[in-house]
Design a protein around this ligand. Structure first.
Ligand code: G6P
Length: 470
């Protein structure tokens, strides 16, 4: 059984149906691609919210998967999702880039909603089932499951960073979160440093005795219930899907078209992000603007395409960031555009994967300037799409991906001069060097795709010892 905040399907309304016929389609994204085949094969079920507030749905099947919807009210969305998940935990876990807010009403809602997800699992899981809980929205679910169903084998994977204890310390409910996670047999993280941060917090805030990244967890009666282990499992992408799209003639043609529509500049730079303050979009724009100001780049030679897909738009920090970015883009374009050329082509949309791959093929330089990122799958997708080993990846040191993509042009996005120099290095990268770097990065990713990730996690989880006294 997989448990995540969102079910792996999106609702759609068909355009041609006059009465707006509705249906479900599988959501894009690596996690769904990785787990869907396994779920259909093993008769597994997926527990999650279906995306519409104030609507209770019965379990249903889609694409061979059993889906168990969890209901969220409008107020749950406000307090549990927008509030505690995305205005408390998200900024706290991303190095407090934005100030986290701590509200007791948000925490109460987080606890209640986590309990609702756990109840759905308890109701539907077979005896001895394996349950895999996903991400920071559901950190209390493992211990809730452990208490109700000691027969289950419980895994948890945190897709975002886990902060150092000095930062985690701010959280008024730090102890409950640590205990929630320690309900799992295996707690997976993106990087070894995230796993180490978690174990340091377990030691510091609940006095856990940690040996070799393991804790003997005790129940209310003081007896050891299980051993919880923390380990890194860096997530990846659906390599075959991206590689196949990158070789499809219509997509290659589309990438040419994009280039032509921009007036065939010598260099296309590309940024693709959710519109999120962790992504360092303002830093990237500042560096690009200064390069234009100094004449190291010109709009005739270079265009920056920035795709910023809409995200969490009801959360204040996201609205402020959007205003800031759009102000900056307007300022840069107003100063540097000519009748023929534009400096920044800014797109506040999300696109289907086909269009994304066409953009990757069109881009000579990919800019990933995140200030903190659990992994960053865009970096891995770009490299995978470059099947002819051309192009350059400018990659922030503060991404999980930097641990694996050591041949990227790594930089610190806070250092604007360093970022500018790295962008210029990428623009002028000799073809030999670009080929050498791309080849080595592609090999790393091809050997470690998202199936590899889920298989590694699940086999490590299968090795954990489950005590079943029931
Ligand atoms: C990150 C998180 C995911 C989340 C996604 C999109 O990748 O790790 O859990 O689903 O962002 O954010 P959203 O708030 O739209 O679900």
């Amino acid at each position: 059984m997989v448990v995540s905040n969102r079910l792996p399907v999106d609702r759609y309304t068909s355009d041609d149906a006059e009465n707006g016929e509705e249906g479900w389609r599988r959501s894009p994204g690596g996690l769904v691609t990785a787990l869907a085949p396994m779920m259909t094969k093993t008769d597994g079920a997926w527990v999650g919210w279906h995306g519409a507030p104030d609507e209770a749905l019965e379990p249903f099947s889609h694409g061979g998967m059993d889906l168990i919807p969890v209901e969220l009210s409008t107020r749950d969305v406000e307090l549990y999702y927008e509030g505690f998940s995305n205005a408390t935990l998200w900024p706290l876990y991303h190095d407090v880039i934005a100030p986290p807010e701590f509200h007791r009403t948000w925490w109460d809602s987080y606890r209640r909603v986590n309990q609702r997800f756990a109840d759905a699992v308890v109701q539907h899981a077979d005896h001895g089932a394996t349950v895999w809980v996903q991400d920071y929205q559901l950190q209390l679910v493992p211990s809730m499951l452990r208490r109700a169903r000691p027969d289950l084998r419980i895994g948890f994977f945190n897709h975002i960073p886990f902060p150092p204890p000095e930062i985690f310390a701010q959280l008024p409910w730090r102890q409950a979160i640590i205990e929630g996670l320690l309900g799992a047999d295996l707690v997976g993280f993106q990087r070894p440093s995230d796993a180490a941060n978690f174990m340091r917090s377990a030691r510091r805030f609940i006095g856990a005795s940690v040996k070799q990244q393991q804790v003997h967890v005790k129940g209310a009666d003081g007896q050891i219930t299980h051993i919880a282990r923390a380990q890194a499992f860096p997530i990846s992408i659906a390599v075959d899907q991206i590689s196949e799209l990158a070789e499809r003639p219509d997509i290659i043609e589309r990438s040419r078209q994009i280039r032509q529509d921009l007036g065939n500049p010598k260099t296309i730079l590309l940024g693709v992000d959710r519109l999120d303050y962790t992504k360092g979009i303002p830093h990237r724009l500042k560096a690009f603007e200064e390069l234009l100001k100094e004449g190291r780049l010109t709009v005739e030679d270079a265009t920056l395409i920035q795709v910023a897909s809409p995200s969490r738009e009801r959360v204040r920090q996201y609205r402020l960031l959007r205003e800031e970015i759009e102000g900056t883009v307007g300022h840069i374009n107003g100063s540097f555009d000519t009748m023929q050329n534009t400096a920044v082509r800014y797109l506040h949309h999300s696109y289907p994967v086909e269009e994304m791959v066409a953009l990757y093929l069109a881009a000579d330089v990919m800019l990933v300037t995140a200030l903190r990122d659990g992994m960053n799958l865009v970096a891995k997708e770009y490299v995978t799409a470059r099947t002819n080993n051309t192009g350059a990846l400018v990659l922030s040191e503060f991404t999980g991906a930097a641990d694996q993509l050591k041949q990227a042009l790594l930089m610190n996005p806070h250092d604007i001069d360093g970022l500018k120099n790295t962008i210029m290095r990428a623009v002028n990268l000799p073809p030999n060097e670009s080929r050498r770097r791309m080849k080595s990065m592609r090999k790393q990713i091809l050997d470690h795709d998202v199936d590899h990730w889920s298989a590694e996690f699940l086999s490590a989880l299968a090795e954990t010892v489950v005590r079943d006294d029931s």
